[in-house]
Every structure is written in C-alpha cells, then in structure tokens.
Design a protein around this ligand. Sequence first.
Ligand SMILES: *Cc1c(COP(=O)(O)O)cnc(C)c1O
Length: 366
Amino acid sequence: MIPVAKPYLPSREKLDSYIDGIYERAWLTNNGQLVQELTRRLEEYLEVENLLLVANGTLALQIAYRALGISGTSYEAEAITTPFTFVATASSLKWEGVEPVFADIDETTWCLDASLIEQAITSRTKAIVPVHVFGNACDIEAIDLIAQRYDLKVVYDSSHAFGVKYQGKSILSYGDAATLSFHATKLFHTGEGGAIIFKRKEDLERAKKMINFGITGPESIEELGINAKMSELHAAIGLSVLDEIDKNIFARNQVAEFYRQQLSNHYQHQVWNGDATQNNAYIPLVLDTEERTVKLVEYFQDMNITVRRYFYPSLSTIQIEHKKNKKTMISDSIASRIVCLPIYSDLSESTLHEIVKHLLEFENKE
Ligand SMILES: *Cc1c(COP(=O)(O)O)cnc(C)c1O
C-alpha cells in the first residue's frame, strides 16, 4: 500500500551514536543534554528565539494558552479559530476550558478569513488561534492589527509551517506564540514531540516551569504545572532527522514540483500567500463535488494508493466542538471536497508518475 505520508527514518548509525551518549550519561529526560542541543539547533535552523521543546504538538498549544493567560482563569473564555484544521487546534482549546468560536476560511488560501474575525469577537474573547494550514501563511498583518485593537493574544498553530519564511523572516516569529508538532508524520519529527516559540522571554520562562510540574528547584514549586517534557530519546530522533533535513526537503521538493507541473491545469489548488515560501509539507487538491471526492478515494484504494480526505470533516460540523457557531460554509464545502496526495522523501519516480497518470485519467472518467 502506498501511504499518504511516511515518517522519515534517519540513519541508524547516527541515531545509535546519540543513544550511546544517552547510555554514557544515564540521563533519559528532564532537560537533558540532547533536548538542550536540539533546542539550540532548531533555534538556529529556524532563525527564532525562545523555543521550548515539549512532548507533542497538542501540549504545545495547551501550554501556550496557559503561559499567555488565555486558559486557566476562572471565567469563561473564547478564542476565535478556524474549523479547517486538524482536530487538536480546537480540542486543545476546549480541553483548556476555552470555547472555540469558528470563523470561516478564505476560499482561496483556506486560512482563517481575517475579515470575519471582528464580527466573532465578544466580551469573552481572549485570543485568536489561526492555523497556517498546509504551511500557507495566514493574513498576518490583518490578524495582528485586530489583536492589537481588541487586546487579544495570538497563538499561531504552525504545525504545518516548519521552515516557512514570511517576508524573509521565520513565520514562527509572528504572534505572541507559534506552535509546532513534531509528530512522526510531520515534515520534521521527533517521533512524538512539539515546540512553542514565544515572542517574549518572560512567557518562555513561565512555560518552562509549567512543563515540569511548576517545579523550580529541589524544594520549590512556583506554578501550577503539568508534565509536558520531551525525553532524551525523542530528542535523539529529532537530532538525527535534523542532521538529514536538507536531503529530506530536497527530495520532497522534487516530488511536489512534479505534482505541480503535471496538475496545474487540473483540479483546484490552494492559492499560496505571495509573501511566504513553500515547504511542501502536504499536496492537497480540491474536486468539484463530494461525490467525486469519495469516488476518487475509492478509485485509488483499488490501486493500493492512499489518498486521504484531510481535513475532513470541517470541525464546525462536529458535535463535541461547538456551542454557538457562525456559519462556516466555505470551510464545510472545501473540507467535503479535499484530498491530500502521497508525499514523502523516498516516494519513487515510477509511483509518482503512476499517481499522476491515474489522477488525469480520473478527471475524464464518468
Ligand atoms: C499534527 C497537528 C497537531 C497536533 O500535533 P501532535 O503532535 O500530534 O499532538 C495540531 N495542529 C495541527 C494543525 C496539526 O496538524
């Protein structure tokens, strides 16, 4: 079966050498040497400051909400977010006692439509949680302006945007915080893992305490905390993957380039923000109808190729998520017609050609 994504497996030799170090030091977690090294190297690679490694991308969001005072207060808070995303963007808010209020997405970029944010603001609104969906930059200037005007925090769920530059700067440097997921299927991964990039050093320092039970010394506890630490073993995987990231990205870019060349006049594609670079984390495309979309998935299934309906369903249509929703017709419509195509660094040329051939054939099929 051809999967839609495949975890990048770094060289065993490299991974083993990091694990040898773990054995020598007999230090498995609690801000060990490899976690510190990965923090430094990611800050350097991504050109950011105030990066905090955590156990996964969902906790990255939760800790960001806590450190910024969006969650953890006694009164009911709301955050404006997009329904066109992975479930964790909204469920992490709900889990933290913050009501996700969905505003619709832009029809072309598929990111939160900034012109709909203001009308969703109430006296309870504390934050905006936009997603750079599939790595495409949100309308950052407009969002920041609204946040300033209404004194709201901005947390960008940047789980898809590893390595993306916006106007020549890391996209992770915008907002009060930006979060990353390092889940195995993501462009850069640590098996399980995640990170938060804070704008302000004091928020980073607060979050550092929070991810370790609020403990600040052998006999002192200063914050309400939780366990959200990354272990040395996960950091070892991350360092090994990071050592080979250029090779991985180069191979993925070749795959993405071929898809783009062959499919530019076929199907509907995400319109990329002209100020942002592309990281080719995903290859999404949209069909005319939901019926055709379901057929396409089955058509490929018969050929042992996974084409995934991602993100489907639109979160505004899920019962657990929402209490009071604006209509999000564009998100509901795009989500019902979207698929993501296979992309990973060792996707063979012959498989790639086969996928494209089938896609073009399908377009002319009844
Ligand atoms: C993957 C992902 C997450 C969750 O990350 P985990 O590391 O799996 O917890 C959150 N938001 C988005 C948009 C994601 O794609």
